[in-house]
Design a protein around this ligand. Structure first.
Ligand code: PGA
Length: 255
């Protein structure tokens, strides 16, 4: 199964900085063959990124979106507005959205359904907090988060689902999960998704690991087959570290 490596820039980079990043990344693109590479800039840099990346295989994702099509929703961004800038993916349920901005499972489910309706590939983020992990609740939390969003949906609608397992305690802390814990979580995700839908959904599902991934540790995650890529924050902000991370992943996964 092909790897998907996504850069989650969070609230970093202006449009001008985005263009400069893309122009420096493009000469490296020839080394990325066999890996799906995705950049998720802030909304305000999407147009600049789309123009800079035109004709390249590097894809664009959004970090969030509204569950509504259009209307009186001050400050919100609709899926069709994203698609105007060749956005193909959208990150949903990131732990910062859940914990800082109060998004709950019901909100994430509405956004998820809207993404499917508008043919954007959702990258559904799930993950336990440190307290939940210490209480031994990791598996239960992951299963609950998946069921809350996926249960009751048409199996046929989940053609290209990506799930990002991101333990909250590992995000931006420099303390990544162990590769074996990430692989165990990825296997659990696969098992739960297959339970909800059918074993036919399994082969198209891709599970990323996220949380303090960098060029030095990516290899140990993707070398384990349940993990199909990474969602990368800090290490995606510099061209050199991001390109090094992609080539290290490629080498480790042998693709
Ligand atoms: P990090 O962020 O790589 O900086 O830990 C990952 C994420 O939040 O997606």
């Amino acid at each position: 199964m092909g790897l998907i490596i996504a850069a989650n820039w969070k609230m970093h980079k202006t449009a001008a900085e985005t263009v400069s990043f893309c122009n420096r990344l493009l000469p490296q693109e020839k080394y990325f063959q066999g890996i799906e590479v995705l950049i998720c800039p802030p909304f305000t840099a999407l147009a600049a990124a789309a123009a800079a990346l035109e004709g390249s295989s590097i894809k664009l994702g959004a970090q969030n979106m509204s569950w509504e099509e259009e209307g009186a929703y001050t400050g919100e961004i609709a899926p069709q507005m994203l698609k105007e800038f060749r956005v193909s993916h959208v990150i949903l349920g990131h732990s910062e959205r859940r914990h800082i901005f109060g998004e709950d499972d019901a909100t994430i489910r509405k956004k998820f359904q809207r993404a499917l309706y508008d043919e954007l590939v959702p990258i559904l983020c799930i993950g336990e907090t440190e307290d939940q992990r210490n209480r031994g609740e990791t598996e239960a939390v992951l299963e609950r988060q998946l069921r809350a969003v996926l249960e009751g949906l048409e199996p046929g609608s989940i053609k290209e689902l990506v799930v990002a397992y991101e333990p909250v305690w590992a995000i931006g802390t420099g303390r990544a999960a162990s590769p074996s814990d990430a692989a165990a979580a990825a296997s659990l995700v696969r098992a739960v998704v297959e339970k909800i839908f059918s074993s036919e959904t399994g082969p198209t599902l891709r599970v990323q690991y996220g949380g303090s991934v960098n060029a030095n540790n990516i290899g140990s995650f993707v070398a384990l087959s349940p993990v199909n890529g990474a969602l990368v924050g800090g290490a995606s902000l510099e061209v050199d570290s991001f390109a090094a991370l992609i080539t290290a992943a490629k080498e480790a996964a042998g693709c």
